[in-house]
Ligand binder design. Structure first.
Ligand SMILES: Cc1ncc(COP(=O)(O)O)c(C=O)c1O
Length: 370
């Protein structure tokens, strides 16, 4: 079975033990502050730069909880439209900018650089507002020598999307003035002790690894869990529950991970999926080209019929393929955002993480009825 996320236990058995992620990042940026989540990092990074009542521009194609740190700071969030290519609709961005705009945010979706970033950044300069480079998806992606997340005045990246860890994210202060005004709150940094959450994560990882070996039991447990959490926590509650420093267990894994081999493995798996889908009709590969330096978070495809594709993948033992993201209700319910709503309905993401063997993806290709 192809698991949704990398495994803590596969990591613990891997050799050799190399330089770690922090020293890799420090080759590109001087300002790395750890947090439990990107949302908390965004809150802290912006706190000294904005005033309540100002507004911030966010792309409409965004998970529902990402707006919460901006609301927490008393900011009005304005969603801007996207093109089919995931580039910002620059006319719409300009229309929504005004004297009260404190910041505009771009997103490097799925580990790939945001299209039209230069023009977007020029608009931020013209309106004299901060540019946030949301790189939650790809801590290790480097585009033409620049680490993604370090292009705006401030940037964030989510380590937990890359590694088998309970939480973990980074705030980059990319501009000297921003770095000077930054005052880390008690949510910054790393817990100095192992906590209950760390032990809970280890137990969950162990169970997940066992379940991945048995697809039938896994499906029953997933159904049970889905039933228990139906209607689950709201975006605000999810944001609040993530407000904490990075866990000690996370710091330990981050310190011990090999950025180079992770990137190589994810790229290899990306290409394995690409070989499968480039010859099948009814599914478009979102990014045909995988430029040097890019570390994909997932393999995104677009199809007008996502449910049959998800069912066919599940039949082949692919865990964790899903449509992305769960949009904010203000976006979902507003026909202005029809392109975004369609993207969220039709984009399906497949796992490429470093603990998948490329041969198991090839095997899916042989069985996939599509
Ligand atoms: C584009 C984007 N930005 C920000 C976030 C928030 O990341 P975190 O969960 O680390 O707060 C996410 C989370 O899924 C995301 O997809």
């Amino acid at each position: 079975m192809i698991s949704k996320s990398p495994s803590l236990f596969a990591w613990s058995l891997s050799e050799p033990r190399p330089a770690g992620i922090e020293s890799f990042l420090e080759r590109y940026t001087a300002s790395v502050t750890f947090y439990g989540s990107s949302k908390t990092a965004l809150r802290d990074g912006l706190a000294g730069l904005v005033d309540p009542g100002e507004n911030v521009l966010l792309p409409a194609y965004l998970p529902d909880a990402v707006v919460e740190p901006f609301h927490d700071l008393g900011l009005e969030a304005r969603y801007y439209r996207l093109e089919e290519t995931l580039a910002p609709d620059l006319v719409d961005v300009e229309r929504r900018l005004d004297d009260e705009t404190a910041a505009v945010m771009s997103v490097n979706y799925f580990g790939f650089p945001q299209p039209s970033l230069r023009e977007f950044s020029a608009l931020a300069d013209e309106f004299d507002c901060y540019h946030i480079d949301d790189n939650a998806h790809a801590p290790l992606s480097v585009d033409n020598g620049t680490l993604l997340g370090t292009r705006g005045d401030i940037g964030v990246t989510s380590l937990w999307k890359l590694l088998p860890i309970p939480n973990g994210a980074i705030l980059y202060c990319n501009d000297d003035a921003v770095a000077e005004s930054f005052e880390p709150s008690s949510l910054a940094g790393i817990h100095d002790q192992f906590r209950l959450d760390d032990y809970r994560f280890i137990c969950k990882s162990l169970v997940a690894d066992l379940l991945d070996r048995n697809a039938t039991i896994r499906r029953s447990v997933d159904d049970f869990v889905a039933g228990q959490s139906a209607g689950g926590s709201d975006p605000r509650a999810r944001y609040e529950s993530g407000k904490r420093p990075m866990s000690k267990l996370s710091a330990y894994v981050v310190d011990d991970a090999d950025p180079r081999s992770i990137r190589v493995a994810r790229r290899t798996n990306y290409r394995a999926w690409q070989r499968i889908f480039e010859t099948r009709s009814g599914v478009d590969v979102l990014y045909e080209s995988l430029p040097e330096g890019i570390c994909p978070q997932v393999f995104p495809v677009r199809t007008p019929t996502p449910q049959p594709l998800l069912a066919a993948l599940e039949d082949c033992g692919v865990g964790g393929a899903h449509t992305w993201p769960r949009l904010p209700s203000t976006v979902r319910e507003n026909s202005t955002y029809d392109v975004t709503t369609r993207l969220a309905r039709e984009i399906v993401v497949l796992p490429v993480h470093q603990h998948i063997e490329p041969s198991s993806i090839d095997a899916v290709g042989e069985r996939l009825e599509w």
